[in-house]
Design a protein around this ligand. Structure first.
Ligand SMILES: C[S@@+](CC[C@H](N)C(=O)[O-])C[C@H]1O[C@@H](n2cnc3c(N)ncnc32)[C@H](O)[C@@H]1O
Length: 197
């Protein structure tokens, strides 16, 4: 696994400082995401697993250059692959960003699994934070790798989180196969990883 120290990360990229409280699920892992946005000015961003939109709100508030922010999630009443994720399905997906005209929500019975690459635009920044099962992260990774623009960034959340071992397993397998292209930022809250396309 390639690891970049958080301190070095913020020497290379722009500041990740934000005003207001940290998003519940992302905590301090929001800061590298905001830093990527401030450094590379993505126009199209996709978040798989937008939940209530707390992370989306932080990114959007700090990124006037973003033109489109697509949030993907499950419809209420859907069934998650991992039983403990059942309680994460938001009653109102994206509610924190509902008034931002740049946001488009895609809510499906099986979330991202109901999508194919043709359903999504080419993206500059993709955050994978939806179905945390091995199969779910694999599906989202393959999808993201098709639609990411050259030079764009794919981020994964929850590497090393013992509650969701499938994320770690998949990223480790990809790194062994592909030569450590996915890098972990440490320390963080729940293991934010990234790869440049
Ligand atoms: C940990 S929460 C995401 C938190 C959010 N990214 C944030 O930072 O505020 C996981 C989300 O993934 C969603 N989810 C689970 N399976 C999914 C799937 N197959 N496709 C899309 N979203 C999914 C859940 O409903 C939940 O909203």
């Amino acid at each position: 696994m390639s690891i970049i120290a958080r301190e070095l990360f913020f020497q290379i990229f722009e500041s990740g400082e934000i005003e207001g409280k940290l998003p519940f699920f992302m905590g301090i892992d929001i800061q590298p995401l905001v830093a990527f946005s401030r450094t590379f000015h993505p126009k199209t961003v996709i978040e798989i697993g937008i939940q209530r939109g707390e992370t989306a709100k932080c990114i959007l508030e700090n990124s006037p250059w973003i033109e489109k922010y697509i949030g993907i999630d499950l419809l209420p009443g859907a069934r998650t692959s991992l039983p403990f994720q059942q309680g994460e399905i938001p009653a109102i997906a994206g509610e924190y960003v509902k008034n931002d005209p740049r946001v488009e929500l895609i809510l499906k019975p099986n979330g991202s699994r109901d999508l194919s690459p043709e359903d999504l635009p080419a993206a500059d920044l993709i955050l994978i934070d939806g179905d945390h099962s091995y199969e779910g992260v694999l599906f989202d990774t393959l999808l993201a790798r098709i639609i990411i623009r050259k030079g764009g960034i794919i981020c994964w959340h929850d590497y090393g989180n013992s509650h969701v071992p499938g994320v770690t397993k998949l990223i480790n397998e990809l790194n062994i196969k592909e030569g450590n292209r996915i890098c972990l930022i440490q320390p963080g809250l729940f293991g934010l990883c990234f790869q440049f396309a």
